[in-house]
Ligand binder design. Sequence first.
Ligand code: FMN
Length: 151
Amino acid sequence: MTAEYFVVRGQVEKGDQRGRELGFPTANIALRDQDGQIGDGVWAGWAERADGTRIAAAVSVGRRPTYYGADGYRLVEAHLLDFAGDLYGETLTVWLGHHLREQEAYPSSEALIVALTKDIADAAAWAADNPAAALPNPGDAGDGVVRRVGA
Ligand SMILES: Cc1cc2nc3c(=O)[nH]c(=O)nc-3n(C[C@H](O)[C@H](O)[C@H](O)COP(=O)(O)O)c2cc1C
């Protein structure tokens, strides 16, 4: 049985660089569909690099309400687990496999860091049970377009 995933592919853009300051760098991908086939939230998933390497990820879909209120634009931000390196300009494919929680507007960066630490532990546990080898074919919908794949 293949699990169901949302998949989005896109070029990694420069974010605000805040992720590095927080200690959780993210690969940011623009979402072309701002209305949202997927709702805002935090997901466990996998990311595939241009060279085919697959890395477990904790993924945020939303507007970064801690910093931008409701005015931010929606984007996909993938924090790749146990990864250090430059992804800017690279095309990344991201599978969202398991919804962990909703987006929250935290009172401080410190509170966001506590949540991110738990998200990463949760994503690692999910990835251990849902290996990359079992991921469904992502198909090709164009950059920034969200697709539902698997069944
Ligand atoms: C797993 C994960 C969960 C996140 N959850 C939230 C959240 O609940 N609320 C929020 O405002 N931002 C959340 N973010 C987004 C961070 O605010 C964002 O990554 C940070 O501000 C860095 O932004 P930058 O990449 O533009 O520098 C999350 C990011 C990740 C990777």
